[in-house]
Design a protein around this ligand. Structure first.
Ligand SMILES: Cc1cc2nc3c(=O)[nH]c(=O)nc-3n(C[C@H](O)[C@H](O)[C@H](O)COP(=O)(O)O)c2cc1C
Length: 186
């Protein structure tokens, strides 16, 4: 299963268009896929328990009973992942950050190994405004990959200026994620 995570409340927005492009690519290559839009899901921000390090550091589980545990399990089972976020303030959306922050706290020191360890991940930032901050948004997600042991593949910035050209590139990246093309030696 290839997991696509999107994080925009805009059903007709650029992020949603990227999600559709990713779905199309995975399916065209014969992959099974699930698209999870976390923008409307029950997903809390980190509570920053204890003295800053909560119990998640030792248990690999968050005390908040929301969809994070499910996302951790799905990530562990995924053959590849595409993270697609709108660019807000030059960063991933707050929703995506909730996920990234808490997943990292649970998985970075997981005694059984990170659920993201060795996973190939495509990073996509959808910047619908000026396009400023696309690179910093992608850099933040790339750093996250390092912390959780994931392997970043594509870093794709899509703006309202280049969307016609870049949406097909997302479809292509998704298909290559399934085929293992271009990144065979990772
Ligand atoms: C709070 C907020 C901050 C934003 N910051 C940026 C930004 O830094 N750079 C940019 O190009 N667009 C910015 N935008 C525009 C979004 O990237 C734009 O709405 C984009 O299309 C989001 O994807 P969507 O179409 O799925 O909503 C911002 C939008 C919001 C709501």
């Amino acid at each position: 299963m290839y997991m696509i995570i999107t994080s925009s409340p805009n059903a007709d927005g650029l992020t949603a268009a990227c999600g559709r492009a990713a779905l199309e690519g995975i399916r065209s290559a014969g992959g099974e896929t699930e698209l999870i839009d976390i923008s409307a899901a029950k997903l809390e921000p980190c509570r920053i328990c204890g003295n800053g390090w909560g119990t998640c550091r030792n248990t690999a589980a968050c005390v908040a009973g929301d969809i994070l545990a499910d996302l951790q399990a799905k990530f562990r089972g995924a053959e590849g992942v595409m993270l697609i976020t709108p660019v807000y303030w030059g960063q991933p959306s707050e929703r995506m950050k909730y996920f990234l922050d808490r997943f990292r706290r649970c998985e970075a020191f997981n005694k059984d190994g990170s659920a993201a360890s060795g996973k190939q991940v495509d990073l996509i930032a959808a910047a619908g405004g000026s396009g400023n901050g696309t690179a910093t948004c992608l850099a933040e997600m790339e750093l996250w990959c390092r912390h959780v042991g994931a392997i970043p593949r594509e870093r794709i910035g899509v703006t309202r200026f280049n969307r016609e050209a870049v949406l097909p590139a997302i479809t292509d990246a998704a298909a290559r994620l399934v085929k293992g093309a271009y990144f065979k030696n990772l």
